[in-house]
Design a protein around this ligand. Structure first.
Ligand code: DC
Length: 220
């Protein structure tokens, strides 16, 4: 059986930064499941599908072939054969991903892909439902969180560093809306698995979180 680490938590908790670094230290592949939902969201945006029309989203998702591969250790997401990595990390795509991910047809398709990957490869996978639904038997489960103020400030700093204009209060509101949607949806809502360890990073540096989680993995 492959060695699997599951990391769940709300938007902006630092999951991908931490998971990427821990994966490198421990020689695991990093699977960013949010990027798969984002690729599906990009497809819906491009196809002008109304995200609130559940039937339309469920029908349309059948036409999206999403696969992932690794280039120089980086996850690359392909949407119908096109490398879409460069289009995924915008607020528009993130918010759309949160809206369309409530649809069972979308989740079923992407969860199957995630489970097949984790079966074959030792990996650290992050998302919202990894410890609860995708990898219930993962050897390590972490629930990574931070206050919405801290998460909004981090996202603001990230966007500002890229030279993108943004409004801190708007980012905080978007984050809280996204949390609410992700935690209250009917199918696989974001929640801490009973056997997951809670790590609140509000007052921790990135280096401290990486060291802490690496140690947890090495112990198990
Ligand atoms: O982690 P992220 O911000 O890239 O994820 C974008 C959205 O995708 C998130 O708001 C909800 C959805 N998502 C999900 O429902 N399940 C996952 N395992 C990962 C992401």
């Amino acid at each position: 059986m492959a060695y699997n680490v599951a990391i769940d938590g709300p938007a902006g908790a630092g999951k991908s930064t931490i998971a990427k670094a821990v994966a490198k230290k421990l020689g695991l592949i990093y699977v960013d499941t949010g990027a798969m939902y984002r690729a599906m969201a990009l497809f819906m945006l491009r196809e002008l599908v109304d995200p609130r029309d559940g039937d339309a989203v469920s029908q349309k998702c059948k036409e999206a072939d999403i696969t992932i591969d690794y280039e120089n250790g980086e996850q690359v997401v392909f949407l119908n054969g096109e490398n879409v990595n460069g289009f995924l990390r915008t607020e528009e795509v993130g918010n759309m991903a949160s809206v369309i991910s409530v649809q069972p047809a979308v989740r079923k398709k992407l969860v199957e892909l995630q489970q097949a990957l984790a079966k074959k490869r030792d990996c650290i996978m992050d998302g919202r439902d990894i410890g609860t639904c995708v990898l219930p038997d993962a050897q390590v489960k972490i629930y990574l969180t931070a206050s919405s103020h801290v998460r909004a400030q981090r996202r603001f700093d990230e966007l500002a560093a890229k030279g993108q204009k943004c409004d801190l209060e708007q980012i905080r509101q978007d984050i809280e809306e996204r949390d609410y949607r992700d935690m209250h949806r009917e199918h696989s809502p974001l929640r801490q698995a009973e056997d997951a360890l809670l790590v609140d990073t509000s007052d921790m540096t990135v280096e401290e979180v990486i060291a802490h989680i690496t140690e947890i993995c090495e112990r198990s």
